[in-house]
Structure formats: C-alpha cells, structure tokens
Design a protein around this ligand. Structure first.
Ligand SMILES: Nc1ncnc2c1ncn2[C@@H]1O[C@H](COP(=O)(O)OP(=O)(O)OP(=O)(O)O)[C@@H](O)[C@H]1O
Length: 374
C-alpha cells in the first residue's frame, strides 16, 4: 500500500498507486489537490446484437463468450477474472467479484446478458452512472434501459410495456435499489421471472450494503428480498472496495449461496497520481485553471466534497475562460441531465462535481480527474 508523507520542501509529489480508493480516502483528511491522469481508450463497436447461445438451456463455451466480447465490445480477450465470473453466473452460480475500479466489472454481467435470451437486472446506486452505461450500450446496438425518477412517465411506461411483452428485446435493465424495494416493481420482477426471462441479478457497488463501508446506503439492505422472492436467479455482487469484513456482510446480506469468490489484483499501471499541497500554492484557483488549460482539449472532472464548493469553483473557472458546469444533488434532474449530456458530447470541458456524479466516468476516455479538498 502506498504511503503519503507531507513534503517539507517539495511543492509537489508524483507517484503511482495501487488503488484508486487511496485518493478518495485522502480527500477526507488532508488539504490537498490530487491530480490523477488516466488513459483508457474505449473501442466502439456498432455491430448488431447476435446471440451466440441461441438455445436457452445451452451454456456458452469460452470460445463463444470471447466471440461475444470481440463482436460487441472490440476487446481481444477477457481480462483478469472476468471469464470466471461470467462462466459462474451463466452456470447458475452466485458470485462475489472484487475488482479494482476500471477493472472491467460491467463486462461480467454485460456478456451474460448477450449470451442468452432474457433480461439481466443491474442494480446501480447512481442515476448518472446508469444513464451513462445505458447510452454506451445503446451506441453498440445493445438493447438496454434504465428506470428512474428522472425519466418522463411516457418513457417509463414504454419500458414497462416492453417488460410486459412475451418476448422483450431488452437485454439489460438498470434500476436503483430504491425501486427494487417497492412492492410494485418487485411484483413485476416476479412476473418476468415466472415467464423464465430473468437470467441474472447484478448488484453493482455491492459494498453499499455494508454498514462498515463509507458508502453505506440503507436501501441496499432491502436487496435481501431479491433472494427471497427470486430464489433461483443467480446473483452477482460486484465491488472495488470490499475489505474482508465488508465482503462477509455483502455475502450474508444478499444470502449468496456457495458463491464463487473472485478477487483481482489492484495494481493499476494506467493510473498516475500527483499531489499538490494547497498551503504551498500561491493561488489554488489559478493553479487549477492553469493545469486545466495545459491539459488542452481533454475532458476533466473536478471532485469536491460540498455542493457550495462545486458552485463556487465552477464560477471561478468559468470566469477564467474554462467551459465548465457544476453537478451535484442540489440541482434539479433536468439540469443534471443537461450537464451530463453537455460534458459527454464535449460541449463543456470540465464538470465540477460531488460524488453524485459517480467515479466511473473517467474510464470512457482520456482525461484528468482532480480531487479538491477545501
Ligand atoms: N476484457 C477487456 N479488455 C479490454 N478492455 C476492457 C475489458 N473489459 C473491460 N474493458 C474496458 O475497461 C474499462 C472499464 O470497464 P468497466 O467500466 O466495466 O470497469 P468497472 O470495473 O465497472 O469500473 P467501476 O469500478 O468504475 O464501476 C472500459 O473502458 C471497458 O471497455
């Protein structure tokens, strides 16, 4: 584990770390700017969906699964423990998968969604994250939707109509844990399951179940009902941050049965961190502005702890000629969606956000992430 010491003379330090969560833990207890430079180029595939395993009962072999990966996502081979997780859930076994941020966890449920007809239900804690994943899947020609309060009732009704059809074309349905907790949605799921259409339940950011973790979310506790109501649907729990205590709590809380437990290496050679101490900088705003200008056209996210800091910093950067916007839970849904759209379509370069934005967006392109502690 990397250790940080406050330098006495050097105004900045640069180092590689093995875990992104280190940077997040630093935010809460130091007065730092943490700058991380991440390079991940995502390949795009616009090929149509084609099921390799046409027979519902047939379990896909490795070759067929690799074919799906190449066809739909343009990746040559599975990474780390992806294939083990995919094979486990396709065989009907529960799985607990611990992989670093950006390790490729989503492939562990996206490939199963393409391997056989039916629906994979993905429980995700952040609406922005769901929106982003669904958009990326749709770009690849994969039928995916999310259900949330941010949608119009017209859009939601259309998705419900699709779920009610005998043969929905939908492959992935993203929902929040709060929706799972409603009796209406649970009875819908039970009906889908009774029609033999629910293949897998993936619980993303599963550590939110744990009261030990920093991201505890009470509604994750209610996911227990999934096992009670849908006992034979395999559950895949995914996280990047589970220490053994959390892992145990996740497995127990979700009632996973003899799960395959997979843990990948947390060494991340593509992540580079640089730390600047604010008390050693003359003007932190100018420093940040200059840095963003130096980055050129790449998109960036500046994470802040508080909503007011987001608004304040965004105003400062805008005054400095940087195209940016704030994003936090205090803004209405319409505004948040439009900020996300503008950032994704490069209409704005920088988003100054709280964790409401999610930590996953930096994986889609080459960009900078900056963590501010004020
Ligand atoms: N087998 C693979 N080969 C190459 N790239 C891959 C592979 N699997 C996934 N990726 C790429 O890795 C990046 C991160 O994947 P993904 O978003 O699934 O990570 P994650 O583990 O879900 O991250 P997070 O913890 O942030 O949710 C994506 O750009 C994805 O396309």
């Amino acid at each position: 584990m990397c250790q940080l010491k406050k330098p006495v003379e050097r105004p900045k330090i640069a180092f590689r770390v093995c875990d992104l969560s280190l940077s997040l833990s630093l935010i809460s207890d130091s007065d730092l700017w943490i700058l991380s430079y991440i390079t991940v180029i995502m390949k795009k595939s616009l090929l149509p969906v084609q099921s390799v395993c046409s027979n519902e009962k047939q379990i896909c072999g490795k070759e067929a699964l690799v074919k799906l990966l190449r066809w739909h996502f343009g990746h040559a081979e599975f990474r780390g423990k992806q294939l083990d997780a995919i094979e486990a859930v396709l065989s009907g076994r529960d799985c607990f998968c611990l992989m670093p941020t950006g390790g490729g966890k989503s492939m562990c449920y996206q490939i199963p969604a393409l391997a056989k007809p039916g629906i994979v239900l993905v429980v995700s804690p952040l609406i922005a994250l769901m929106e982003n994943q669904v958009m990326a899947l749709k770009e690849k020609g994969i039928a995916a939707e999310f259900l949330s309060s941010t949608q119009t009732s017209h859009v939601r009704n259309k998705i419900h109509e699709e779920l009610d059809t005998g043969k929905p074309s939908l492959r992935l349905l993203y929902v929040t844990p709060e929706l799972i907790a409603t009796s209406g949605f649970m009875s819908k799921l039970t009906k889908i399951h009774a029609r033999g259409l629910l293949n897998l339940i993936a619980i993303d950011e599963a550590h939110c179940i744990s009261t030990w973790g920093h991201d505890f979310r009470p509604s994750y506790r209610k996911l227990q009902s999934l096992r009670n109501r849908l006992p034979d649907v395999p559950i895949l729990a995914l996280t990047a941050t589970a220490v053994p205590k959390v892992q145990k709590e996740v497995i127990e809380s979700l009632c996973l049965q003899n799960p395959l437990v997979l843990k990948s290496s947390f060494n991340r050679p593509n992540i580079y961190y640089e730390v600047r101490y604010k008390d050693l900088l003359d003007d932190t705003y100018a420093d940040l502005s200059n840095l963003l200008k130096l980055c050129g056209d790449v998109c960036a996210i500046v994470y802040c702890l508080e909503r007011t800091t987001c608004d304040d910093l965004s105003a400062h950067l805008s005054k400095d000629g940087i195209s940016c916007a704030a994003y936090h839970a205090g803004l209405n849904n319409k505004l948040r969606s439009s900020v996300l759209d503008d950032w994704i379509s490069s209409k704005i370069q920088v988003v100054v956000a709280t964790v409401a934005f999610g930590y996953d967006f930096f994986l889609n392109s080459t960009l900078w992430n900056l963590f501010s502690c004020t």
